[in-house]
Design a protein around this ligand. Structure first.
Ligand code: AMP
Length: 398
């Protein structure tokens, strides 16, 4: 799969519509608490500035229900963009109205205009053809740099792209690198390719597990989801998180791994606790000896050593999902140890999923990872082997 990329089309002096993902977290006073999503779009915006473009930027923000709501206005984003780019940002009064259309028409080269929250328009999430058409009419070029929302067929993500030919639409730098690291690494990895999958439940990552098992050399399963596998193997896992209805799937995945020669690793010990509580009485125990009624909330020290050893010869590591309830200090050690092991490896290391990205920031290993994805749901869909609608519109070679 080859994507049309911004650097390969002529944007010089043109009016460019860039779909970004500025869905940033804010506190109760509307202060942005983490502006990483804005910062990761700057490469594309600066490239357009350097190419003398007139720039129209669109994004969604939160989940407004009925049109314009002050609480979901992109005002804080416009302010932060201004601070980061040190240039004036013209915030449109709404998404599409006469005034916005006029502003877009009059926008000169080097100027930046930000449309209001795309989700103020009910047609956005419905991929409304009329809205797509109007958005497209604002610009000469369409750039998608909103990886975090590219798994949604929305008007400003998918519909709008249909109105531009291959020379007038492309992926921005962020989207292109997300695809490079997720899609291409899964399809064409340097081997041994090891995937670490964790998090709470099997159900959330079932499709990802089924797809990964056919691609990897080794798979390491930790977190809450490991207990469905351990129960399927006949262990008594007490009150640990188990999805009984998925035991046949767990057996099927283990069977598939065996027949494909994929080495599948499960925890051999856990940190078991009496209750789901940061102050709970807890102790390490082998998976054979989890006390009756207790629950496993982290992998134990022997599992962390085992998993780290399995990672030693990896050339590619893909990690999605923590090894335990890392939000509570008592149950964070396993995830921390795996984070350090991944960071210290010589492999290409790709981290996906909001929790895992948060985790590697807490462990201080962020800089050591090759790539950390900005999109949770979108990266999971890539691991599931899906072609995202927002990406499909930009493919120039299958
Ligand atoms: P997910 O969204 O599926 O990636 O799951 C992430 C969540 O899984 C985190 O909030 C962890 O606290 C939780 N988690 C990880 N291990 C366990 C476990 N053994 N039991 C319960 N929850 C867990």
């Amino acid at each position: 799969m080859k994507l049309q990329e911004i650097k390969n089309i002529d944007i010089s002096g043109k009016k460019v519509f860039i779909r970004c993902d500025f869905n940033v977290p804010v506190d109760e006073y509307q202060n942005i608490t983490d502006d990483r999503r804005i910062k990761s779009a700057l490469n594309t915006i600066r490239y357009c500035i350097d190419n003398d473009c007139a720039i129209i930027i669109a994004s969604h923000f939160g989940r407004p229900k009925n049109g314009y709501e002050e609480k979901y206005s992109l005002k804080p984003v416009a302010k932060r963009l201004h601070t980061l780019l040190k240039t004036d940002i013209k915030l449109a009064p709404n998404v599409i109205c006469d005034e916005t259309i006029q502003m877009a028409k009059e926008l000169a080269c080097g100027e930046i205009m930000l449309l209001e929250n795309m989700r103020f328009e009910p047609g956005e999430t419905k991929n409304d053809p009329e809205l797509s058409q109007t958005l497209a009419s604002l610009a000469d070029i369409y750039i998608n740099d909103a990886f975090g929302v590219s798994h949604r067929a929305h008007a400003s993500v998918e519909g709008v792209a249909q109105h531009f030919d291959a020379e007038h639409k492309a992926a921005g730098f962020l989207l292109a690198s997300e695809i490079k690291f997720f899609y291409h690494i899964i399809e064409n990895p340097k081997r041994p390719f090891v995937s670490i999958v964790g998090g709470s439940k099997v159900s959330g990552k079932l499709e990802a597990l089924h797809n990964l098992i056919t691609k990897v050399d080794k798979i390491i399963i930790g977190g809450g989801m490991a207990f469905t596998f351990l129960k399927a193997m006949g262990y008594d896992v007490g009150k640990s998180l188990v999805e009984d209805e998925l035991i046949p799937d767990a057996l099927n995945i283990m069977e598939k791994a065996k027949s494909l020669g994929v080495k599948l690793y499960l925890p051999v010990d856990v940190i078991a606790a009496e209750t789901f509580d940061a102050e709970a009485f807890a102790k390490p125990t082998t998976v054979q000896e989890i006390p009756k009624g207790w629950m496993g909330l982290d992998i134990g020290p022997a599992s962390a050593t085992l998993f780290a050893q399995a990672l030693e010869d990896a050339h590619t590591i893909l990690w999605n999902g923590p090894m335990g309830v890392y939000e509570m200090d008592k149950f964070a050690k396993g995830s921390f140890k795996i984070s350090h092991a991944v960071a210290n490896s010589y492999a290409t290391t790709v981290v996906g999923g909001g929790d895992t990205a948060d985790l590697v920031r807490r462990t201080g290993d962020e800089e050591e990872m090759t790539f950390i994805s900005t999109g949770g749901g979108a990266s999971l869909e890539l691991i599931e082997g899906k072609i995202l609608p927002g990406v499909k519109a930009l493919i120039i070679e299958e």
